[in-house]
Design a protein around this ligand. Structure first.
Ligand SMILES: NC(=O)c1ccc[n+]([C@@H]2O[C@H](COP(=O)([O-])OP(=O)(O)OC[C@H]3O[C@@H](n4cnc5c(N)ncnc54)[C@H](OP(=O)(O)O)[C@@H]3O)[C@@H](O)[C@H]2O)c1
Length: 336
């Protein structure tokens, strides 16, 4: 079968190879992949920054939708013909992870889904919502669950609260969509006025251009009558985290999700103490939360914002797009 594999670090080492079609082992299903979506983590993996000890060559990409075409022994949750999506943390089913459940992800420690077929434990799969196209379903798993788990499950977000969303990437636009659907006031930051106009049309109440207003936390305070915001999805990291603490309401919470500006932060502990703020690391979420989220998306008929769709043979161009700050999700169609 055809598979896009990383044979070394750097995008020049992402190559289309012919490799043996996998066989489903015990408790595994064989999925014919229909579509996948990219996450910023896929770029970090290519660059050797996500896992410098990656065992090469390895098929890339974690988020996928496809059709179950064969079953290994002992499979009980799926049948041939079922349409399924992958869960990012393949071994995290429910509850708090106790050990290394968050380390087993496709394209990293396990062969990924940017291939014609994928053999995977049935525990790492959820039923794909019928109302979504393959491209839309492929866009959901990692980014949407990260925003959902942070805001809804851990954050207990409710109507009337204020959420600040940083940028207009995959996680952020799902954060906007979920928060707006649940009745929150949403402030979105972006480097682009054109993107800010688009998020207003998608439900953002207020917008801030962080390039023109580098001290965006002051603007967030002004927009909330100096009260501050209840929740922040921190996708930027680095020095941005200190600004997020300043923008927070007393008792507010920051979900630490991304490292777009760096892996290390220096923060003012006294600000944190005075506000009794909560900083919480987020590692996507368990399959049970993915299933909860998919039910809610189905109930509200929420559709992911898709930036662009690429053909399988054009996967390198999709990665190039990832470098350029897409508005929403980048999808690769694997099966025509
Ligand atoms: N912890 C987890 O479970 C988890 C899960 C998923 C993703 N992540 C991480 O979360 C981050 C975002 O991932 P993604 O896949 O959503 O990325 P993405 O789709 O590539 O989003 C990138 C966007 O981030 C925005 N951005 C960049 N620098 C910014 C800054 N200084 N301030 C505000 N916004 C900024 C830009 O928006 P504008 O163009 O609008 O300026 C850019 O388009 C990454 O670090 C990723 O590794 C973590």
């Amino acid at each position: 079968m055809k598979a896009w594999q990383l044979t070394g670090f750097g995008l020049d080492h992402l190559v289309l190879n012919d490799i043996p079609k996998p066989e489903p082992g015990p408790d595994e299903v064989l999925v014919r992949v229909s579509a996948v979506s990219l996450n910023y983590r896929d770029k970090l993996l290519c660059d050797g920054k996500y896992n410098p000890h990656l065992e090469l060559p390895i098929t890339q990409v974690a988020d996928a939708v496809g059709e179950v075409v064969a079953l290994g022994t002992g499979v009980t949750r799926f049948r041939p013909g079922d349409r399924v999506v992958t869960n990012y943390c393949t071994r995290w089913i429910d509850g708090q992870p106790t050990s290394k459940e968050t380390l087993y992800s496709l394209g990293n420690t396990l062969p990924g889904a940017l291939a014609e077929f994928l053999a995977l434990t049935e525990d790492a799969l959820a039923a794909a919502p019928a109302y979504l196209t393959d491209e839309e379903a492929a866009a959901l798993p990692c980014a949407a669950l990260t925003a959902w788990y942070a805001l809804v499950e851990k954050g207990q977000l409710h109507a009337g609260q204020t959420v600040l969303i940083q940028g207009t990437g995959g996680v952020s636009l799902f954060g906007l969509q979920i928060a707006a659907a649940l009745g929150a006031t949403v402030i979105v930051t972006s480097s682009s006025d054109e993107k800010l106009a688009r998020v207003k049309a998608l439900g953002a109440t207020h917008t801030i251009n962080y390039s023109r207003t580098p001290n965006w936390e002051n603007e967030a305070l002004a927009l909330t009558g100096k009260q501050g915001v209840d929740h922040i999805l921190e996708v930027v990291g680095g020095k941005n985290l200190a600004q997020s603490i300043e923008a927070l309401k007393p008792g507010g919470q920051i979900s630490i999700i991304g490292i777009l500006d760096g892996f290390d932060s220096t923060i003012a502990l006294f600000s944190l103490i005075k506000k009794q703020a909560v900083l919480r690391g987020i590692s996507v979420g368990p399959r049970r939360a993915l299933e909860d989220m998919l039910r809610k998306f189905d109930e509200l008929k929420l559709r992911p914002f898709i930036d662009s769709v690429y053909a399988f043979n054009d996967a390198r161009a999709a990665y190039d797009r990832l470098e350029k700050g897409a508005f929403g999700k980048i999808v690769i169609r694997v099966r025509d």
